[in-house]
Write a protein of this length. Structure first.
Length: 358
């Protein structure tokens, strides 16, 4: 998406930055914090974006700051068909800044390179990016007024795969995602690894959607996976479209199950949700924002990782649904992951190594 298109611009900005003094990461005591939050879709997706917005709302309520939310203008923009996607993204962020936002959270990988560019262009504004790219192996230097957050999503997916394989009666479980991006692949690899760890005979059937906003398509694909492919558990990582899986499983009834994502989603299909992977984006936004506001200091200039150890990735453990033994197994697995007795793979190569050592 933005990554290749922005590289030349970013490289130029990096050369310019070398001739300038370092950007201060201090929050001015006399300047009011106005927080902005921008996402590619509405915040009521009952998962990823809602979690982020809930965290920002908690900051707003606790510190009495102004919060401005922005949903991306649908692209292509009517009447401005010649505008590139990057230009459309840029315009929306400019609009936030024009409204006075000086502490902006960008939700989603597509903003990663843009956040670096904006940080160099606006050293007095602070930018946080959720699901940032990993810049450790590149020449791109993260400026001090920018902070990237990455998640070890494979850890939560590993637990989900473990539960799915243990609960499946057919030894066939499903994974439904949107287009191929890095963090979704981390989920898929983690899910496969967890399933293999629980039951080497378990088969994982993975399918993709073209559009993460099309819950009707998601519902159709999910029904096909349940009925024709014969899976009895699906783990959807497909953004807003994930809701379609819950609609499908409710219609099909008992014997088919779904695993929630980002929040406890048991309320979406009470009889069919066996667990939910918690990726607490709201907690991250709250913790980092409140620290900056309390200490009048923004700890930017790098990309941080969050996972089970940091209390950000978790899984719902309801003994009434999955049983006491499986709950105990999950607790032990989480401790083993924290203590690095179990190293969860995040790439296909790592997964192959993982399987060879079991």
């Amino acid at each position: 998406m933005c990554k290749n298109l922005c590289f030349v611009i970013l490289s130029s900005l990096l050369l310019i930055s070398c001739t300038k003094s370092e950007t201060s990461s201090s929050l001015s005591s006399g300047k009011k914090v106005i927080m902005g939050i921008v996402a590619e879709t509405d915040f009521n997706d009952k998962g990823y974006f809602q979690s982020a917005f809930d965290g920002a709302m908690k900051v707003r309520d606790e510190f009495g700051i102004k919060l401005i939310k922005k949903v991306l203008t649908p692209y292509p923009i009517k009447g401005k068909e010649n505008m590139t996607e990057d230009e459309a993204l840029t315009k929306d962020i400019y609009d936030l800044q024009k409204e006075g936002a000086n502490f902006i959270w960008m939700i989603g990988t597509r903003y990663s390179d843009l956040s670096i560019r904006f940080s160099y262009e606006n050293p007095s504004i602070f930018y946080g990016i959720i699901d940032s790219f990993d810049y450790s192996a590149s020449e791109i230097r993260v400026p001090k007024n920018s902070l990237g957050v990455r998640f070890r999503s494979q850890e939560g997916a590993f637990l989900a795969g473990y539960v799915a394989a243990k609960m499946s009666r057919r030894n066939k479980i499903g994974f439904l995602s949107g287009p191929k991006v890095e963090y979704v692949e981390n989920f898929l690899v983690g899910f496969k690894a967890g399933a293999f760890y629980a039951n080497p005979r378990a088969i994982v059937i993975a399918k993709r959607l073209f559009n993460i906003f099309d819950k009707s398509a998601s519902k159709l694909v999910a029904k096909h996976m349940y009925v024709d492919d014969g899976v009895d558990v699906i783990f959807p990582v497909a953004g807003f479209a994930s809701i379609g899986v819950f609609d499908a499983v409710k219609e099909l009834g008992t014997g088919r199950y779904v695993i929630g994502i980002n929040q406890d989603q048991s309320y979406l299909a009470a009889q069919n949700v066996i667990t939910s992977v918690i990726k607490d984006i709201g907690k991250v936004i709250y913790n980092l924002s409140s620290y900056a506001i309390k200490n009048k200091r923004f700890e930017g200039g790098h990309v941080i990782e969050q996972g089970i150890k940091e209390g950000v990735i978790d899984i719902v453990k309801d003994p009434n649904i999955i049983g006491d033994k499986l709950v105990d197994d999950l607790v032990k697995l989480q401790n083993n992951i924290i203590e690095k007795k179990v190293i969860v793979p995040s790439t296909k190569y790592e997964f192959d190594l993982f399987k060879s050592k079991l």
